[in-house]
Write a protein that binds this ligand. Structure first.
Ligand code: AMP
Length: 289
């Protein structure tokens, strides 16, 4: 694995890979790597021959400075995990390398209005701007994003479509701990008690799946049952429990076609998000979480 800090070096290495006829896969991250990130690398490797990962904690996408300052970091560990995980080129830019005048931004309307978009002002603009920059720097053929951040993944699919980026987006399944907690760099901030309580998020999806299997389609009833299960885990607050259509993330009144159930809640100052996709299968629905 090669490690580079400069944009010019990324271009050189990716240029060489492309000259050798290789397809380039890309996994952007903010580091503090866990098996969820590495699952994306694996999928990138199955769909390309040269895998680039970036680690950059993008200040532009943090609407809370404390959250930015407290974001977990362990670069040495990340380098070892990336290398073992099959990354070919690791891009570690600093702020000076990434930020220029910051006068140009990229945003995606409508589908960023609900869910996290409603609770983290400016967050997605920061994400789309940095992802656009990274796409222009790396020029990948494919890029992999996690279902874990479903609003990000769906909006980036839209951004790539609207702005004609020549990159194929793959959305990868959420990787969970054995007890069901979705892996996240932020889990590190949870106390043991909070971590146990936060299992109510994935438990709420199991309850939701049962309801769907029993034929319930009403979004409000499903939301209520999810809320009841999440409250069993005594979160400090619930940001949202939303049932939205997959294609544009607009609110759904009932399950009718591909749908997303997305939740966000705080334990202490740690904000956790999780989601489940409900998709049509045969005569009924399948729940993916
Ligand atoms: P982050 O470093 O948190 O910005 O995440 C980088 C990428 O990894 C994003 O595409 C995330 O959706 C994805 N990701 C984070 N956690 C998981 C997980 N538990 N399973 C799968 N993908 C994940």
């Amino acid at each position: 694995m090669k490690i580079v800090n400069k944009i010019a070096d990324v271009r050189l290495e990716v240029g060489n890979a492309k000259k050798a006829g290789k397809l380039v896969g890309f996994v952007p991250t903010m580091g503090f790597l866990h098996p969820g990130h590495i699952s994306l690398v694996k999928i990138a490797g199955e769909n390309s021959e040269f895998v680039v990962m970036s680690i950059f904690v993008n200040k532009l996408q943090f609407n809370d400075l404390n959250d930015f300052n407290g974001y977990p970091k362990d670069l040495e560990r990340d380098i070892a995990i990336a290398e073992n995980g099959g990354v070919d080129l690791l891009f570690l830019p600093d702020d000076k390398e990434m930020y220029r005048s910051n006068l140009t931004t990229v945003d995606v309307d409508l589908i960023t209005e609900n869910l996290c978009g409603a609770h983290r002002p400016g967050h997605f603009k920061g994400v789309f701007t940095v992802v656009s920059k990274l796409f222009n720097i790396v020029q990948p053929d494919i890029a992999v994003f996690g279902q874990k951040d479903i609003q990000q993944a769906v909006s980036i699919e839209k951004m790539v479509y609207d702005l004609n980026f020549p990159v194929k987006i793959i959305v990868a399944p959420t990787v969970r701990e054995s007890d069901g907690l979705a892996m996240s760099s932020r889990n590190k901030h949870l106390s043991e008690k909070q971590r146990k309580e936060a299992l109510s998020l994935s438990r709420s999806f199991a309850a939701c799946e049962k309801l769907i299997d029993s034929g319930e389609r009403d979004a409000e009833k499903i939301s209520e049952s999810i809320r009841a299960v999440i409250l069993e885990g005594s979160p400090d607050s619930i940001d949202y429990i939303s049932i939205v259509k997959y294609e544009d993330l607009s609110y759904a009144e009932k399950i009718d076609g591909k749908t997303v159930v997305a939740v966000a809640a705080f334990w202490g100052t740690t904000r956790l998000i999780d989601n489940m996709i409900i998709d049509k299968k045969d005569d009924g629905y399948i729940c993916i979480y």
